[in-house]
Design a binder for this molecule. Structure first.
Ligand code: DCP
Ligand code: MG
Ligand code: MN
Length: 388
């Protein structure tokens, strides 16, 4: 579904796609890949349809929409909702699975297994479940990891990582990608891409940077350190900003999403988005235990860092900017054109027979994202238009 045009499609059928998205997500959480992928395809097909769907017949005429889906669309058109959503997405099992899927490091199978072991709350997991190291971190920072990060804070984290990087290697380029670069008002995590225009100095950055950020107290938990993705290195962890002198404190968070409707027992779950108070008032609010008060930002954030060679910067930038759905479409389109796109490079002249690659082809020069679109015969799409 990589659309050749750069014009942003107006989604006139969000009342339909939002209902279907609930089904897709719930089936995914139940490990029912077949159904979830089916609904995701239908959602993509509807999003690519440029008009408002007004009848069952019209829905049926869209490629990829069959009779049963057309029935569901007709029900949404008539009543504004889908009974199947209540049936499938509500109730104890679905909601517990959603709660458990918020634990970093837990996928659908784990969530399902916990449910079958009669665990229902995060406290059950804390006290009774056998947790991997990742899941322990995911649980410790459950609320923080599951709350969105305001853009302004992402920018501060970017600046913090940039300063640390530049103090190690002059001239490095540091850029936040992901949903931030796509212009979203809030982000799930911070995705930092680092490279160096001299083509070599990027090799000096990865480990020393992590050591420095860990020693300073900025990085609090390491999840994954992957140094062998070709010439690229990737780090996944948890960080917090220095907060000395900050006037913001957090308290009284409204649950932002019905996904987390269960009352969470941790102290931090009652805390909230930042309120700016007049100076002096911050002292009234007790800091959570174990954090040096007034020194660190209260909220922990998920941080991903990739360090890439300059030659791979554009393909890495495009990959890391996403969205994941956009990346899948672009890769598929490349494959259809006898090319192959990855975070490392764009190759042409690939010969495939069945599933087998007969020729590896040759690498195309991709100095910029624009050049990647051009090689693929597409009009350039800026990051803000890459959600699908
Ligand atoms: N990515 C991908 N396929 C995946 C996961 C990630 O192609 N399975 C790419 C596209 C994503 C980018 O990496 O945009 C960053 O991944 P994130 O999980 O951080 O996703 P976003 O930044 O897009 O969204 P969020 O705000 O949830 O972090
Ligand atoms: Mg992200
Ligand atoms: Mn990320």
């Amino acid at each position: 579904c990589a659309r050749p045009s750069s014009s942003k499609p107006v989604d006139l059928n969000t009342h339909i796609t939002s209902e279907l998205s609930k089904l897709a997500a719930t089936y995914k959480s139940k490990n029912d890949t077949w159904r979830s992928v089916g609904y995701e395809r239908a959602i993509a097909a509807i999003r690519n349809y440029s008009k408002e769907i007004t009848s069952r017949e019209e829905a049926l005429a869209i490629p990829g929409i069959g009779g049963r889906l057309a029935d569901k669309i007709a029900e949404i058109l008539e009543s504004g909702r889908l009974r199947k959503v209540a049936e499938v997405c509500e109730g104890e099992e679905a909601e517990t699975l959603r709660l458990f899927l918020g634990v970093w490091g837990a996928g659908p199978s784990t969530a399902q297994a916990w449910y079958l072991q009669d665990f229902r709350t995060l406290d059950d997991l804390r006290t009774k479940a056998t947790l991997t190291r990742h899941q322990q971190i995911g649980l410790k920072h459950y609320d923080d990891i599951n709350s969105r990060i305001p853009r302004s804070e992402v920018a501060e984290i970017e600046e913090h990582v940039r300063e640390a990087t530049l103090s190690l290697v002059r001239g490095a380029e540091v850029l936040v990608c992901g949903s931030y670069r796509r212009g979203k008002p809030t982000c799930g995590d911070v995705d930092v891409l680092i490279t160096h225009p001299d083509g070599q100095s990027h090799e000096l950055i990865f480990r020393p940077l992590l050591v420095r950020l860990r020693e300073s107290g900025f990085l609090t938990d390491d999840l994954v350190t992957q140094e062998d993705n070709g010439n690229q290195k990737k780090y996944l962890g948890v960080c917090r900003l220095p907060g000395e002198g900050r006037k913001e404190v957090q308290r009284g968070r409204e649950r932002q999403s019905s996904h987390f409707r269960f009352a969470l027992k941790s102290t931090r779950s009652q805390l909230s988005c930042f309120h700016t108070l007049p100076s002096g008032h911050g002292a009234d609010i007790p800091a959570p235990q174990g954090l040096p008060s007034g020194v660190w930002h209260l909220q922990h954030r998920r941080l991903d860092v990739i360090v890439v060679p300059y030659q791979e910067r554009a393909t890495a930038l495009m990959y890391f900017t996403g969205s994941a759905h956009f990346n899948r479409s672009m890769r598929l389109l490349a494959t259809k054109k006898g090319m192959s796109l990855s975070e490392h490079s764009l190759r042409a002249g690939i010969v495939r027979q069945g599933g087998e690659k007969l020729s590896d082809g040759y690498m195309l020069d991709t100095p910029t994202e624009e050049s990647i679109f051009a090689h693929l015969g597409l009009e350039y799409r800026p990051p803000e238009e890459r959600d699908h």
